[in-house]
Design a protein. Sequence first.
Length: 78
Amino acid sequence: MDWRTRIVSDKEVLLGKPVIKGTRISVELVLELLAEGWSRQQVLESYPNITADDLQAVFAYLRDGMHQSVYLPLRRTA
């Protein structure tokens, strides 16, 4: 999937955060909901403006970011 057709950034929308095209739903919000335990179905039901393909684009966007070595530092545990 080419996420570029569904994920956009415009400095006039949410200060340029990446959002699902045609919405003000940010990639960050979707990832936060999923990290909190929401299912894909719950996200889609709560935000009817987005589709399953939009969610897949969020994952593809994240994957490509990881491929470009955009990592948060991890602390070593003993």
